[in-house]
Write a protein that binds this ligand. Structure first.
Ligand code: FES
Length: 183
């Protein structure tokens, strides 16, 4: 009885957090203007020609919110890693690609993490760029590897290819298969 009440409260807290996070992301989503139909498309082409290093944009693919990002080259990231079987999981999948897409959905209860390009006070060192989930504080690396907080798994990664300035999300390329931690 107590456990189910606690589960319910966690759900409520998570749901409110998700609403807050979506609210924060809404202006970005609105500016991109994906239609309801395109949000469900299995292939989405994203023009990355306007991205600058450390930029993160939001789009959607198959109903998932997606971060499209560009890292500087070279990019030295000296943050912590989680020492479990998923250590550097996403970083290894994404290899040396500095333009890529990851699913913008926390693997804890589904909130949209916030990009902190200048670092986060919750981290040590506090000046390394991370994603911070506003709901319960999970922290992810720029590749979406979970390194702190209750998130059990790295963020999802859609299959994707880079063709000139077009990131083809949903097309097998440098990422061939969907890493889907939400199934
Ligand atoms: S939804 Fe709980 S930490 Fe992200």
């Amino acid at each position: 009885m107590e456990a189910s009440r606690r589960d319910f409260m966690q759900y409520v807290v998570g749901a409110f957090g998700a609403v807050a996070a979506v609210g924060a992301a809404y202006p970005i989503l609105k500016s991109l203007g994906p239609s309801a139909a395109s949000a469900l498309q299995s292939k989405v082409d994203y023009d990355v020609s306007q991205l600058k290093p450390m930029d993160v944009r939001v789009t959607s693919w198959k109903g998932f919110p997606v971060f499209v990002m560009m890292l500087p080259t070279p990019f030295n990231w000296n943050g912590p890693v989680k020492n479990d079987k998923y250590k550097n999981h996403n970083r290894d999948i994404l290899g040396n690609h500095n333009v890529y897409a990851i699913i913008a959905k926390c693997t804890h209860l589904g909130c949209i993490p916030l990009w902190k390009p200048d670092g986060d006070p919750a981290m040590n060192p506090s000046n390394i760029p991370v994603f911070h989930c506003p709901c319960h504080g999970s922290i992810y690396t720029p590749w979406g590897d979970n390194i702190s907080g209750p998130a059990p798994l790295p963020l999802g990664i859609p299959p994707q290819a880079l063709n000139g300035n077009t990131l083809e999300i949903g097309t097998p390329g440098f990422v061939k298969k969907f890493w889907n931690p939400y199934a």
